[in-house]
Design a protein around this ligand. Structure first.
Ligand code: HEM
Length: 375
């Protein structure tokens, strides 16, 4: 298998891409794939450098509106919203959603943890944006196509919607109009306020809503599923996770994110040529910054493949770095915290009752199915 070629990824790669990515990093931090005419950057140093490189444009992982007025009026407002000093309202909301899901597991004694990992973030984002419960399932399905569009394609691969966000934008356009007339949630109000003050276009704000809905559930879903899969994989993993979470939840959660981010790369497009140690990234070429691989670089982290939350570590790149640093990181940490609080005590009673089905994907590493029984 040639890494990232226009062919289906090998099942072994899908279940554990890290040995392959490690080989790539050892061979070169800058790999150019001829078939895709795209660069794959794998070392911590170079990924960190290029995450802040202004000659590389961000697109798929940020807002469509990159105008200075949007970046200075909307993005800081959203950052402040999610990083509020008193997170109690978020904690209560997340708690309600997680308990609802847990209740089902306790009653039915059987669950697909991949499915359950999807329900928590979509429930949280749904309430934050004021989306009726009845609409969530179809919106979530549409959103999954956005994630599929982010992946590398190959002939015969999963079918793709031509413009997966178009349907979501149409929905959120109506949602915004209704929110303006009726009652808007604090998150939607923050966007409406920024729009009024800065005279931002309707399209920008609608896209921001779609983006929040997508970003607010896609990565976190995979992260929760990966963490639960790992915790169930051995009693040693379960034990060390339980101990470290009890001792220092914050460090534990960040170490889990370092190791278990599902979206393996941040995508960029070269606006101008960028020199590298292995040639020049030419204008118009795509660049995949493999944050997940950089997070396991031995030059940056000792025993990089091991879960070692007590260690003084460099900042991981799971949430990106610099200008586009994930603005939902505080919320993501709270969601993982709530899931671990409720699931760790159950771990000894849960056992897998089928093989983990890993997503067939080059850039998204997460289980699609993880069936368990509760004793
Ligand atoms: C474990 C969960 C999450 C992970 C691993 C994650 C990862 C990331 C990464 C790597 C970036 C930077 C992308 C780049 O540089 O191209 C990013 C940006 C972003 N994330 Fe997250 N994210 C998570 C959860 C969330 C949540 C819950 C939200 C929403 C509340 C969110 C909203 C965003 C937004 C809006 C951006 C773009 C920021 C900007 O343009 O300045 N993310 N995320």
């Amino acid at each position: 298998m040639n890494l990232f070629d226009e062919c289906a990824p090998d099942p072994k790669y899908c279940s554990d891409p890290f040995p392959y990515l490690e080989q790539l990093r050892k061979a070169t931090p800058y790999f150019f794939n001829e078939q895709r005419q795209a660069w794959f950057v794998s070392s911590y140093r170079e990924v960190a450098r290029l995450l802040g490189e202004p000659r590389l444009d961000v697109s798929a992982t940020s807002f469509a509106d990159q105008s200075p007025v949007f970046r200075s009026a909307v993005v800081p407002r959203l950052r402040a919203f999610f990083a509020r000093p008193d997170p109690t309202p978020f904690v209560e909301l997340i708690e309600r959603v997680v308990q609802g899901q847990l209740q089902r597991l306790l009653e039915e004694r059987r669950a697909d943890l991949a499915q359950l990992s999807r329900s928590v973030p979509v429930g949280v984002m749904g309430e934050m944006l004021g989306i009726p419960q009845a609409d969530l399932k179809v919106l979530q399905e549409l959103s999954s196509h956005v994630l599929r569009a982010y992946d590398l394609s190959w002939p015969g691969g999963p079918a793709r919607f031509p413009k997966p966000t178009a349907f979501l934008d149409a929905y959120f356009g109506e949602h915004l109009a209704a929110a303006r007339k009726g009652s808007a949630t604090p998150l939607v109000s923050a966007l409406l306020e920024a729009q009024r003050e800065q005279k931002l276009s309707e399209a920008s704000i609608v896209e921001a809503l779609t983006r929040m809905f997508d970003a607010g559930q896609l990565s976190i879903t995979g992260c929760i599923a990966n963490v639960l899969e790992w915790a169930l994989s051995s009693s040693a993993a379960a034990e060390s996770l339980s101990h470290s979470f009890a001792a220092d939840p914050r460090q534990t959660i960040d170490e889990l994110i370092r190791l278990h981010v599902p979206v393996l790369a941040s995508r960029r497009l070269a606006r101008e040529p960028v020199e590298t140690t292995n040639g020049t990234i030419e204008t118009g070429q795509r660049v995949y910054l493999l944050n997940s691989c950089a997070n396991r670089d031995p030059q940056a982290f000792s025993e990089p493949n091991s879960f070692r939350p007590g260690e003084a570590r460099k900042a991981h790149l799971g949430f990106g770095l610099g200008h586009y640093y994930c603005l939902g990181a505080p919320l993501a940490r709270l969601e993982i915290h709530a899931v671990l609080t409720h699931f760790l005590p159950l771990l000894g009673k849960i056992r897998a009752c089928g093989p983990t089905i890993w997503r067939q994907s080059w850039l998204i590493h997460q289980p699609d199915a993880l069936e368990v029984l509760l004793n």
